[in-house]
Design a protein around this ligand. Structure first.
Ligand SMILES: N[C@@H](CCC(=O)N[C@@H](CS)C(=O)NCC(=O)O)C(=O)O
Length: 217
């Protein structure tokens, strides 16, 4: 049985969205990021520096999973693994698609996330310190080039790989979501906007999101 470690006010949204798309059985152990551990609602929960959890992920980060003896961390790797394991339309149909899904996931993590996360930290909430709107504005500027790349990639059929919704769309969409408070980006790249809205309209995303919203912010 698959175990997912993480609370939903974290990147654990990524594997949770995927497992709801796949419809597979799992259990979730709500490990909270350490900066949330002092909140009263977190009493009794594991946090990312709890010794029991550090045995799963010595990096002290969520999400992590344990699946039939396989322990994984890194949300992109977890999702690519789970999609490949369970197959179906979300998974790569061949090696070329596998390469493309990996490419898009790593692209999002390296070319987009370092900036999109700064839009969250400096326009929404910063668990690590003061918010600085100039850092968010700089992040928006840095995202113009990757958003242009994404917009062009979506021009053919509105999906990233194989002309259908796959794990690559989940992985990239989750990272693009952090730029959600930058309408100035989405307005310029209408295909990114339409694709991202379609991703968030999926029943599995909505189910995950409702669960996340029910957790304390
Ligand atoms: N690259 C990792 C990043 C994971 C990460 O940074 N997770 C955050 C929560 S979203 C975390 O666990 N932080 C630990 C903490 O703040 O205690 C991934 O994609 O899984």
């Amino acid at each position: 049985m698959l175990t997912i470690y993480g609370s939903l006010r974290s990147r654990t949204t990524r594997p949770m969205w995927l497992v709801y798309e796949l419809g597979i059985p799992f259990k979730r152990i709500p490990v909270v990021p350490v900066h949330q551990a002092s909140k009263p609602e977190a009493a009794g929960l594991l946090h990312t520096r709890s010794p029991e959890f550090l045995r799963i992920n010595p990096n002290a980060r969520v999400p992590s999973i344990e699946d039939d003896g396989v322990v994984l961390y890194e949300s992109m790797a977890i999702n690519l693994y789970l999609a490949s394991k369970h197959g179906g339309p979300l998974a790569p149909a061949n090696l070329a698609e596998d390469g493309l899904m990996t490419m898009w996931s790593l692209w999002a993590a390296t070319e987009v996330e370092p900036y999109s996360i700064n839009i969250v930290y400096h326009r929404v909430a910063n668990p690590k310190g003061a918010m600085d709107p100039r850092i968010a504005d700089q992040a928006v500027e840095s995202l113009r080039a990757p958003f242009a790349v994404l917009d062009k990639a979506l021009a053919k059929d509105g999906f990233l790989v194989g002309g259908r919704f796959t794990v690559a769309d989940i992985n990239v969409s989750e990272i693009v979501r952090y730029a959600g408070t930058a309408p100035e980006l989405f307005e310029v790249y209408p295909r990114v906007k339409a694709w991202h809205e379609a991703c968030k309209a999926r029943p599995a995303f909505k189910k995950m999101w409702a669960e996340r919203e029910s957790e304390p912010a």
